[in-house]
Design a protein around this ligand. Sequence first.
Ligand code: SF4
Length: 312
Amino acid sequence: MVKRVLLAAPRGYCAGVERAVETVELALRRYGAPVYVRKQIVHNSHVVRTLVERGAIFVEHEDEVPEGATVVFSAHGVSPAVRAGAARRSLRTIDATCPLVTKVHAEARRYAAAGYTVVLVGHAGHEEVEGTMGEAPAATVLVQSVAEVERLSVPDPERVAYVTQTTLSIDETAEIIAALRQRFPRLHGPAKEDICYATTNRQLAVKALLPHVDLLLVVGSPNSSNSQRLVELARATGVEGRLIEGAHELDERSLTGVETVGLTSGASAPETLVDGVCAWFRERGVAEIREVGRDDEDVVFKLPAELRRSAA
Ligand code: SF4
């Protein structure tokens, strides 16, 4: 029988997601529906559904957007080829790419221009990886594991640099970078970590929580990379981790033998969903629901330049 729920702090929305969601809302208010959005603006089905109700139309490809219409690029970023495709169709583009992803694109471009092979540490198929690879496709290779580092072949081992996806496991990535450094002692890398502050903070908060819980619930969607990493972190520590979209996926029978539940949420999951989970436990007599850790994040990103310009 569940006796308490411990909420990880910080959790949930990061500054990049806040900005991306606000961008679509503002574009809808300013230009009216429909506003097209290329790919899910952030990886959360609840957020996407809510924006669809307000008039956003989500498409997979810029070719699906009618000529001259407004399209928002998602928080995960796009490759130069996508920008070119949008320009060919005379689309009004609003770029909601998280500034921390933009930073990685700039690093990849800089290393490639200087003649380095760019090793991108990330997950194949993720939109952020597609966008970053697209900055310098001929010079970039994707690496997903230490085993892949061992098999890596590059034109000049003296000129290798790495960048990473922003939402990876901090521990696994450190192992991959160590393996890269071992193989390529002159390896170059970013001055400051590419794994973003929000991903790092949410993983550290969960690490602190895990010794005290029997089960970790992560509120997030299956395609949310940073949410999946939180589930994996629990499992790697021997604690059961479950990804849930919201309270509707909870089931009392699956909580047999659990006394303390840890609860967190990925960077794209709104707090209302966490509130729903807390309410679900409260309705079942769990009186002790408290936060563990400290949320002292104060990162705020400015809205995309296109919206600031049109406001002016
Ligand atoms: Fe930006 Fe990190 Fe949030 Fe992704 S998870 S949108 S990189 S702050």
